[in-house]
Design a protein around this ligand. Structure first.
Ligand SMILES: *Cc1c(COP(=O)(O)O)cnc(C)c1O
Length: 341
């Protein structure tokens, strides 16, 4: 199979249309078989539930070419489970887990020519999503839904080297204590756009959101979970019901404990503790970990000892081990790697 003529190393994180996408429709209480199609256009009613009341959720994952030439994805069962949780919270029908994984596999296979080669640093981003598709004007869940998966090749995240981020403690809240912060709903992103545009205007890379109830505890950023490393080498991640359970973060905690022999803690992390950490990082599918160099709290700067020029040593080991597992250089825990071909 011939790869597309793409300058893999210079791709950014943007949408590039690929050949095939998976589409399945839910109608009269059941999902249809689903098909792969070349049609990239979604045609729905002007009054579709998603357009009026934002009834939609999504997932994000990647396919990689491993060192020995296989195409794999990473823990797609967890994406299926998380999408199930999102659907239940948004009164949407669940797309069954085995069908979800099967549809991911089919979509990646159909776009094999766009899976970046090993060593390019690029990957094939996979975007499953679902939305209410029939007309809804009185506020209620839709009766019909569409589940789709498209793929798009994305470039190496740390193009031109690692650059630790400067983030600010944000005065806007991301998620209410009993709200929707723990699910991957489009609505969480719509309301974060103003905060991130404002952060960028002020010269910050990201927002650190605090817990909405007390504004004393660290939650996450708009699209990534935090991990911190204490000065005595413990890996700490915030615990909260309003954090989105990042698959990368959950995997990194296993890597820290089982591969690196580090002590790990998932617990409440207070803003007041930030000055005591040795390293901080943002975890998500896009970057795996991006190091944080500086946190600004209304004019007070907290400079992480790991500095502004590279990842901290523990962050780097975590990054290298997890990406090694994903790329097939390091043996993975049972069930983490789904081989596509
Ligand atoms: C998707 C997402 C993450 C990262 O999750 P991964 O499964 O690691 O990609 C973190 N926070 C939020 C709010 C997210 O939407």
């Amino acid at each position: 199979m011939e790869k597309k003529n793409i300058d893999w190393g210079n791709l950014g994180f943007g949408y590039l249309q690929t050949d095939k996408r998976f589409v399945s429709n839910f109608k009269n209480g059941a999902w249809d078989e689903g098909v792969l199609t070349e049609d990239d256009k979604v045609v729905i009613s002007e009054c579709a539930g998603v357009l009026q009341y934002a009834q939609t959720c999504f997932e994000g994952m990647k396919a990689y070419t491993t060192e020995d030439g296989h195409i794999v994805t990473f823990r797609p069962d967890l994406n299926a489970e998380r999408m199930e949780a999102s659907c239940l919270r948004l009164e949407m029908p669940v797309f069954p887990k085995d069908k979800f994984v099967e549809a991911v596999v089919k979509t990646v296979e159909a776009n094999e020519a766009y899976v970046p080669p090993y060593g390019s640093g690029a990957t094939l981003y996979i975007r499953p999503y679902m939305f209410g598709s029939n007309p809804v004007i009185g506020v209620k869940p839709a009766d019909e839904y569409q589940f789709r998966i498209f793929t798009t090749p994305v470039g190496p995240y740390f193009k031109g080297g690692v650059k630790p981020l400067t983030i600010r403690i944000c005065d806007f809240d991301r998620a209410a204590p009993h709200g929707t912060g723990h699910i991957k709903a489009g609505l969480n992103y719509a309301m974060s756009l103003h905060a991130i545009v404002d952060a960028h205007h002020q010269g910050y890379d990201e927002n650190m959101y605090l817990d909405a109830a007390t504004r004393t505890k660290v939650e996450e950023t708009g699209g990534a979970n935090f991990i911190f490393v204490t000065k005595d080498g413990k890996v700490v991640t915030p615990k909260s019901n309003s954090i989105l359970p990042s698959i990368t973060r959950r995997s990194l905690m296993v890597v820290a404990k089982d591969y690196l022999g580090l002590e790990v803690e998932e617990r409440e992390v207070y803003k007041e503790e930030l000055k005591d950490f040795a390293e901080a990082g943002l975890c998500g599918t896009a970057a795996v970990i991006s190091p944080v160099g500086k946190i600004v709290d209304h004019g007070t700067e907290i400079c992480l000892p790991s500095g502004m020029s590279d990842m901290g040593p523990v962050t780097k080991k975590l990054y290298e081990t997890l990406t090694g597992i994903q790329m097939g250089r390091i043996e993975a825990p049972q069930g983490w790697i789904k081989v596509i071909k």
